[in-house]
Design a protein around this ligand. Structure first.
Ligand code: NZQ
Ligand code: ZN
Length: 395
């Protein structure tokens, strides 16, 4: 294992910590741009509480509302313009992963004179990885992406149908203010999709990483087991604060870099899903519930031992007298059943996607992360035919 680990984001975690927003933001600026999504934070009263806390600390604010799920580059441009015009010196992301991702790129775009799309990593000639950004304070209202404590952002370009990401040190939030009370209003479906996203984040490294990472394996298994246990409870009873808290903690641990340290993770399930949501605007976690089991059945044939370990340790299946692949496939069935039980779709037909553009999705999935032969980075690396095969099996 040879690796570097870096995560400078300070975390303040606990039910009720939203009341500390003003005090925390005051350490970084005097006028905030508050970025929000489609209105959930207004309906839940979260926005009002945030503003009250800012007022107590003497922080003024401007607002950028209306960031859409699968956030678009146009929202980033709009937010950066408001921040500039209003003279904001700190950005508050108050919402789900989409709001947080858009806020991060806005924070960089404020200090960049070129086209904000250049800031997103997609390999074009004028690509500019952000090196500076206004201070970002994340206040997540949905447990899923882990964006609150990582340096990544996923942004879509509606014109070109490209969904791509940027991941760099400058985009780490200064503080993640994590108040699980804010997630109590998340509807059942989004709660379930979030749980699938959390699990998939650690699965990517678990199934696609290098060998010889026993601590990371146990860690990933722990996140999966807990996300399943508390995810079930949070879906069954949205007002269960303990379940919400544990799911939110899992979402952060799942993608703040700890579980991935030294694993050399690759993310084929994410790359394929991003291609689907770029074309069809489906919810990321729902897309992962469809792609995940289908991809796992493909990968299990190449690495049956790994999937047998997953079966034994996550589902407690006995290995006795069982062939590794058989055991692995049984665990994938159990995982798919879990997803269905919490209300996730597991087939493309359920979200209205047919097979007419499979070749395009395969191309798009590999566009962002491919090897010298153009294959999607994964274990094993996937040809276009492999990706199309996985999609076909998910119909
Ligand atoms: O827009 P509002 O009105 O806020 O409603 C949102 C939205 O409709 C709603 N919601 C959020 N908090 C709520 C709530 N509804 C009621 N009560 C609350 N407390 O939930 C809906 C989905 O929100 P969104 O932010 O889109 O969901 P999520 O957190 O799953 O974020 C998905 C985005 O993050 C990207 C995805 O690709 C997708 O674009 N990802 C970002 C990553 C990262 N930065 O590290 C990694 C992930 O793998 C992922 O790719
Ligand atoms: Zn994800």
């Amino acid at each position: 294992m040879n690796f570097e680990f870096y995560n400078p984001t300070k975390m303040v975690f606990g039910a009720g910590v939203l009341s500390r927003l003003g005090e925390i933001v005051g350490q970084y600026g005097k006028k905030a741009l508050i970025v929000t999504g489609g209105g959930s934070v207004k309906r839940s009263g979260t926005f009002a509480k945030a503003v009250e806390s800012l007022a107590k600390a003497g922080i003024t604010y401007a607002e950028c509302s209306g960031v859409e799920p699968n956030p678009r580059i146009t929202s980033v441009t709009r937010g950066a313009k408001i921040a500039r015009e209003e003279g904001c010196d700190v950005i508050i992301a108050l919402g789900g992963g989409s709001t947080m991702d858009a806020s991060k790129v806005m924070a960089a775009a404020v200090l960049y004179d070129g086209d904000p799309w250049n800031l997103i990593g997609h390999g074009q000639a004028d690509w500019h990885i952000p090196t500076k950004a206004l201070p970002i304070i994340t206040v997540p209202t949905l447990a899923a992406t882990g964006s609150e404590m990582n340096g990544g952002a996923v942004i879509s370009n509606a014109e070109t149908k490209v969904k791509s990401f940027v991941k760099t040190s400058a985009l780490f939030p200064k503080v993640a203010l994590v108040d699980s009370e804010l997630t109590l209003t998340v509807p059942k479906d989004q709660t379930a999709y979030g749980v699938c996203d959390i699990i998939t984040h650690v699965m990517e490294g678990y199934f696609n990483g290098i060998d010889g990472t026993p601590i990371q394996d146990r860690w990933a298994e722990g996140v999966i087991i807990n996300a399943m246990e508390y995810g079930r409870k949070a879906v069954a009873d949205g007002s269960d604060l303990e379940a919400r808290t544990q799911v939110q903690w899992a979402s952060i641990v799942g993608l703040n870099g700890w579980v991935q340290a030294g694993v050399n993770t690759l993310s084929p399930m994410h790359m394929i899903e991003h291609a689907l949501s770029a074309h069809h605007d489906i919810t990321h976690g729902a897309g992962l519930a469809i792609v995940g089991p289908a991809w796992m059945r493909f990968a299990a044939k190449h690495r049956p031992q790994r999937f047998a370990q997953f079966a034994e340790r996550v589902f407690g299946f006995s290995t006795e007298g069982k062939d590794d692949l058989e055991l692995g496939l049984k665990a994938i069935d159990a995982y798919e059943e879990f997803l269905r039980n919490i209300g996730c779709p597991t087939h493309l037909s359920e979200v209205g996607i047919g097979d007419d553009q499979f070749e395009q999705y395969a191309k798009d999935a590999a566009l962002v992360a491919h090897d010298n032969e153009g294959r999607l980075l994964a274990r094993p690396a996937m040809t276009m035919d492999d990706i199309v095969g996985v999609l076909r099996s998910a119909l």
